[in-house]
Design a protein around this ligand. Sequence first.
Ligand code: IPE
Ligand code: IPE
Ligand code: MG
Length: 243
Amino acid sequence: MSGAKKIHNQTEVGVVAPPQTVAIIMDGNGRWAAGRNLPVGDGHREGTRALRRTVEAAIDQGIAVLVVYAFSTENWERPPAEVATLMEILGETIDRELPDLALQGVRTRFLGRRDRVPSHLSEAMGELERSTAHLETLCLWIAFDHGGRDEIVDAARRLIEDGLASEEVDEAAIAARLNAPELPEIDLLIRTSGEFRISNFMIWETAYAEFVFTDTLWPDFDSEDLRSALQAFAARDRRFGGR
Ligand code: IPE
Ligand code: IPE
Ligand code: MG
């Protein structure tokens, strides 16, 4: 025997099992732009290039499910011109980037509210979901107008609408009424730009996620950043409250 200790995330010595579900809080677009004296929209546009690069890197690195936080329920508070630019960029991403990724087997799905984005965008979101539903290389979930609290409030409403008695309300009943019940819990959550907070992202689904924070601003994020986050994850000992 080699005497090497088997730890939770390693199948055998030196072979690292990738996390099933990886999420990224894609932060730092504004600072990236400000550092170059560019308008904030240029930072967001560069962010979509980083998204494409990261999805391709995730495929190469064996990730099956990737969730990205693109717009929070609080981001509506930003200046109207920035919000309008973000909506425009979502449209461009749906029209151009995501169909290119579909050619590489990427299924795209959206998390979050659909009732506040412009109707042409909610229609485009649904259309892209339908046209990529058969693809299996990687499932990309884009959290747009997502808020973890909003999602739980919505689940609570559905419990009532479904007529559950109080003794029928348990974790499974709530989980089944979240925005995407089929989405596995998050194993690894990466946040870029040196901020150490969750900013209302999937607060139910990250209950036992491993967190990796990097100073890299989102537009600069690349395959090496992803690799080093996966390495950090591989060294973690996940205990889930047990021994
Ligand atoms: C993340 O970048 C994108 C969104 C929140 C939509 P930011 O725009 O928050 O970038 P910083 O945090 O201001 O640098
Ligand atoms: C979180 O980033 C939302 C997204 C990355 C889409 P923010 O920049 O909005 O978060 P705070 O305001 O720094 O917490
Ligand atoms: Mg930010």
